[in-house]
Design a protein around this ligand. Structure first.
Ligand code: ATP
Ligand code: MG
Ligand code: MG
Ligand code: MG
Length: 476
């Protein structure tokens, strides 16, 4: 079953259960300052859950464009390295606004998976929130899942394992205990069952989360009961497609195979000649073209702040991976055409914006390739000295002044059998941060005439300068 058909089957199933099919909202949330990008299907219904907004329906179903590249749910660093995480993905969801609750949500999910998608029941595992006896009993007694495949999991307060059966949209907003459905891809894939110490593998894949929305968490950490218990579910289309297409990786599903081919062709034509079709770098590129394109569709352009900064960071990460494979001229924008072929029917706004998306990415690429060219000149000069190590100051200057990422410096050096003085780089970075902080303090003490309210931007706290994996602020 192709991804497009799976999406349709999901929506039609819930329509047959009295749900209104609602279009995906943009990836850029219209009026929610707590969110960088739409990270779940429930975002567009936040106010309905909170009781501030009323709809003509009490059941809805969507296929939602999501981006998880910042904020509470950030998968950027997983991409290309797990078989199941993307920056951009589609979340299939069904929602009850004070209508049905645990019993129906669980029954619907089971019926769809086992009777319509024909998944073998013995390959499905479920988790429930540790204290949720009600959900446990529905799975065990009503649906008939044996106790050995039902795992009770807490809210991860002790940070025990990764699993977390209390879902929150962000630090504030609607939240509640949840129950999740996992698919066992079989012993040939590494990883343990949910709740086990080695659960972070690709064998037991979380496919569907059913959240029992009951609270609104406010900034002070207080959980307020919602007006009505509700349901919010999310299933990754790409993960379900992998299961239904009998492959172990999201990158092997129909839509991704086509994108990977287009990415390989573009990278090869740009100088890589015949890059490794299995490389993680190609996966990163195929993933990032989706996030970048859909972000631009919704009006974001690469920049140095907020969402534009995240877009720039994702685009440059993809370009860097292309460079690593051997591309020396712009290639990234050339994949947009295939993306439109794959997703333009489901998301016509993508097709409409194709020319703009291509142009914006092309400009960013030309700029970044120029940045790389300038940086390479400096790096070559440093390498020409013949030392066994590039000093931290040079690596830092390349990064800080020329926007030449330190991991690119490290890659080039590795190819030449030279190391990078990482400790020296880190020290230079720390010194610069301290200087910046000192400058900030100075401004504060000088700011006596300033009468306005202080503002702090927290939007991309998680994105700036992650130690040595630096892709921090580019100066161009
Ligand atoms: P994981 O534990 O695998 O990171 P999650 O618990 O963070 O997933 P949820 O917030 O519960 O994910 O989202 C609901 C569903 O969306 C997941 O069950 C999964 O199928 C899908 N999903 C979540 N994150 C991603 C991602 N980065 N790429 C693709 N699909 C995803
Ligand atoms: Mg996650
Ligand atoms: Mg999870
Ligand atoms: Mg989950």
């Amino acid at each position: 079953m192709k991804a497009a058909e799976i999406r349709q089957t999901f929506l039609k199933f819930f329509e047959s259960k009295g749900h209104q099919i609602v279009a995906s909202s943009p990836v850029v949330p219209g009026d929610d300052p707590t969110l960088l990008f739409t990270n779940a299907g429930m975002n567009q219904f936040k106010d309905v859950f909170l009781g501030f907004d009323k709809r003509a329906y009490s059941r809805a179903t969507t296929s939602q464009k999501c981006i998880r590249a910042g904020g509470k749910h950030n998968d950027l660093d997983n991409v290309g390295y797990t078989a199941r995480h993307h920056t951009f993905f589609e979340m299939l969801g069904n929602f009850s606004f004070g209508d049905y609750f645990k019993h129906d949500a669980i029954s619907f999910a089971w019926e769809l998976l086992t009777e319509h998608f024909h998944l073998p029941a013995e390959k499905l595992w479920v988790t429930v929130y540790a204290e949720d006896d009600e959900a446990y009993d529905i799975w065990n007694k009503v649906v008939g899942v044996p106790a050995e495949r039902i795992v009770r999991i807490g809210d991860n307060k002790g940070g025990r394992y990764m699993s977390d059966n209390f879902w929150m949209m962000g630090d504030t907003g609607p939240c509640g205990p949840c129950t999740e459905i996992f698919f066992d891809h079989g012993p040939e894939v590494a990883g343990g069952p949910p709740g086990s110490p080695d659960e972070d593998g690709d064998r037991y894949i979380e496919i569907w989360n059913n959240v029992f929305m009951q609270f609104n968490r406010t900034e002070d950490g207080v959980m307020h009961r919602l007006p009505k218990p509700s349901v919010d579910t999310g299933m990754g289309l790409e993960r379900l497609a992998a299961v239904l297409q009998h492959v172990h990786s999201n990158y092997s599903i129909d839509t991704f195979v086509a994108l990977l081919e287009a990415a390989k062709k573009a990278v090869d034509e740009a100088g890589a000649l015949n890059c490794d079709a299995e490389s993680a770098s190609l996966k990163v590129i195929a993933d990032h073209i989706r996030a970048c394109s859909f972000t631009i569709v919704d009006g974001i352009i690469p920049g140095n702040e907020g969402r534009g900064y995240v877009l720039r960071r994702i685009a440059r990460r993809a370009i860097r991976h292309g460079y690593k494979l051997g591309a020396r001229t712009p290639f990234f924008h050339k994949i947009v055409g295939e993306l439109v072929t794959q997703m333009g029917d489901a998301y016509p706004e993508l097709r409409q914006a194709q020319t703009r998306v291509t142009e914006v990415l092309k400009q960013e690429e030309e700029r970044f390739f120029q940045t790389i060219a300038n940086g390479m000149e400096i790096l070559e000069a440093a390498l020409a000295k013949g030392d066994a190590q590039i000093d931290g100051e040079t690596a830092f200057k390349l990064h800080d002044t020329y926007g030449f990422p330190v991991d690119l410096t490290a890659d080039v050096c590795r190819e030449r059998g030279v190391t990078v003085d990482q400790a020296g780089f880190d020290a230079a970075m720390t010194r610069q941060r301290e200087q910046a902080r000192a400058a900030g303090k100075f401004k504060m003490t000088q700011g006596l005439e300033y009468k306005g309210a202080a503002t702090t931007f927290h939007g991309y706290d998680h994105l700036v300068c992650e130690t040595s994996k630096v892709t921090a602020v580019y100066i161009d």
